[in-house]
Structure formats: C-alpha cells, structure tokens
Design a protein around this ligand. Structure first.
Ligand code: ATP
Length: 251
C-alpha cells in the first residue's frame, strides 16, 4: 500500500470516493522525445494537490496533457468521471478545467477589468466583485492596462481570469516564480481563500515553502513518472524524500 493510501486508511478517508481528476498511466511525446512515461495521479474534489519535481521532470507537460494542449499518447485521463483524452482544449475548458500557464496569458493592451470580463462565464459563481474582494489590488488597478501591471499583479489577474471562467479544477503553473517574498505571501493568502471557497487546485510550484503552506497532498514526478506521493504532514517530516527527489531542504 502506498503512503497516501495507508494514511488515508488510518484517517478513515473515503478511498472509494470518485476523484474529480484521475490520470492512469499517461504518456506524452514531443516528437520522438518520450516525456511522460506513465503518470498516474488523482485529485479529489476540494483538494489542493501539488506536482513537484526537478526542472524538466514533466510537470508542465502533465498540466498540458490534462488541459488537452499536449495529446496523451497512451493511458487514461478522467475528469468528473468522463474521459478527457482526444478532447480539444476548448472542450476540456468547457468542462471546467482551467490552466493558468507560467506565462500568464493576459491581454496586455486591455485593461484589468476588460481582461476579467472577457473571461466571464454567465453562470460562474465568481463575478467581478468576488474577484475584487480576493484581489483588492486588481480593483485599485481596474482601469490600468494589463501590460502596466507588476509581475505579481499580472499573476493575480491571471488567477482572477481563471476564476471568472468558473473552474472546477484550477491548475497553476509556477504562480509565484520570480516574485518578491511580500507578494508571494499575498498570493499564498489569496490561494488559501480560493481553496476555502471549495475550488479544487492542482499546483506546480518550485517554492516548497509555498507548497507546504497550501497543500493537502503532494506528488513527485521524475523523468515523466510519479515516484512518490504523500500527505503534507508526512512530506514535511521527510527530509530524505526532499533531498532525494528535489535536492532541497525546507528553510
Ligand atoms: N515544446 C517542447 N518541445 C520539445 N521538448 C519539450 C517541449 N516542452 C518541454 N520539452 C521537454 O520536455 C521535458 C519536460 O518538460 P516540462 O516543461 O514538462 O518540465 P517541467 O518539469 O515543467 O520543468 P520546468 O520546471 O523546467 O518547466 C523537458 O526535457 C523539456 O525540455
């Protein structure tokens, strides 16, 4: 039994609950390069799960395979019990899978508010006032162009846009990379609020302190395969795992 299953049993967690997202032996290629070599993971409704690993391990490619940007060449992907493979990106998005990519993908020539309204879905539980409540900086800068924002503000706008799109699963690729510590703290607090509102989150992030402040569970990927999974409390104690797979200790 793996560590997560064992802990879940002792905690009495409902192992039979159908996960919101499930990947089973997923492979993906870039041309002849076999990048994902059998990724299996699950994310349950309301969880915040991280995907950790060294540079080039396959984290971004896993997110892209889920979003339908990179085709899965083998294996099964299910979301809400429905198969995702061979679906176009827009069909995956319509089901509520929302990827905030590393480059953020905001419109630099549109204002903050225009960026948000463009992403709005009529039935989204997240309307402008909700997004502004979480990100007061965006409200302050609502008439500024996307290109005039700082890196942190652009990241907040990218997450705000994703919320307006009514995500059932929010996937974030390195949301705090390159940001000043004070802004990182702000974004961590905002992500805690979004998680508390019930949004399921799959997070790729190199900053382990951020990951362990937010996550319920972690997966570690190495050379396109999941090599370890653990609940947060167990992961925090396990210096050997952090050294072995990530080459870092928590400060
Ligand atoms: N468009 C592409 N074409 C060819 N190879 C790619 C492409 N994108 C990524 N790769 C390669 O696929 C492998 C996995 O890349 P991926 O971006 O998924 O890794 P990662 O774990 O997210 O790492 P990083 O933290 O450096 O972004 C790497 O060897 C990378 O060089």
């Amino acid at each position: 039994m793996n560590t997560v299953a064992a802990t879940a049993r002792t905690q009495g967690a409902p192992l039979s609950a159908t996960p919101l997202l499930s990947l089973d032996d997923v492979h993906a290629h870039y041309g002849k390069s076999h990048v994902l070599q059998g990724v299996s993971l699950q994310v349950r409704e309301g969880e915040l799960v991280t995907l950790l690993g060294r540079n080039g391990a396959g984290k971004t490619t896993t997110l892209k395979a889920i979003a339908g940007v990179v085709p899965a060449t083998r294996g099964q992907l299910h979301f809400g019990g429905q198969p995702l493979q061979r679906m176009a990106t827009h069909q995956v998005a319509q089901r509520g899978v929302c990827l905030v990519p590393e480059h953020r993908g905001i419109f630099k020539l549109l204002t903050v508010e225009e960026n948000l309204l463009l992403a709005q879905r009529k039935k989204s539980p997240w309307q402008l006032p909700d997004v502004y409540r979480i990100f007061p900086r965006l409200q302050e800068r609502r008439l500024n162009g996307g290109g005039q924002l700082s890196g942190g503000e652009q990241q907040m706008l990218a997450i705000g846009r994703a919320l307006m799109n009514a995500p059932r699963l929010l996937m974030l690729d390195e949301p705090v990379e390159g940001l000043a510590p004070v802004i990182v703290e702000e974004i961590v607090a905002q992500l805690k609020t979004i998680k508390a509102a019930g949004v399921t989150i799959l997070l790729v992030e190199q900053n382990l302190e951020v990951c362990t402040q937010l996550a319920d569970r972690h997966y570690i990927i190495e050379q396109g395969c999941i090599v370890h999974e653990a609940y947060n409390a167990e992961f925090l104690r396990d210096e050997a795992v952090k050294d072995r797979y990530l080459g870092v200790g928590l400060v």
